[in-house]
Write a protein that binds this ligand. Sequence first.
Ligand code: NI
Length: 254
Amino acid sequence: MLFDTHAHLDDDRFDKDRDEVVNQCKLDGVELILNAGSNMETSVKAIALAKKYELIYAAVGVHPHDAAEMDEETAGVLAALAENKKVRAIGEIGLDYHYDFSPRDVQKKRFIEQVDLARQLGLPVIIHDREAHGDVIDIFKKIRIKEVGGVLHSFSGSAEMALECIKLGLYISISGPVTFNNARKTVEAVKQVPMEMLLIETDSPYLTPVPYRGKRNYPGYVRFVAEKIAEIKGLSYEEVARQTLENGKRLFGI
Ligand code: NI
């Protein structure tokens, strides 16, 4: 009954054993997986996975790292890809000022463009925000994100920012780092976000939670995120799993 709302099973680290990994997910109680695209190639791969495996849904979009590779035709190609009925979001899109792989003005332009696309298509957005909290919030307000809806994936901001995002109608998705020793800020955010607005994810193959930190991540490990949230919120693991599944289904129309 778990919903891993953000994974990259298209990653080549799964090339050798993808079938087994998906099977293991089912054995571990994962009911749904949203596989996010990060550029044109991985967006196409995400759709192929969604076609092959019943429990996988897809998002298509261009990550800020690859924003510089977008041109005037990209949005049209994404729109065509989104016609597939298992595509349930535009993402992951956003701003990444940690790596700055694309110039910031280009990141902003392509981010806004893809939110506009989501608005036209009636799909929510999956937002990547790394060390760009101020600009992300500014853009949210400018583009009336509330009308589009979406989720801040692998949330790394403060409790204050989380509450501001919720006011804008966005969900907050928690990933493996909440299990790390230095997660005080994320723990505080989890405490303050109402259960109805929380999602869980792995961001596989990255961000592996404790106790498997350092190994390849996979959607079955989303249970460690759910367990940690249960501990923080004083709820049962089952309640967190059930509520986050319901939230994810509501957001992605599943
Ligand atoms: Ni990701």
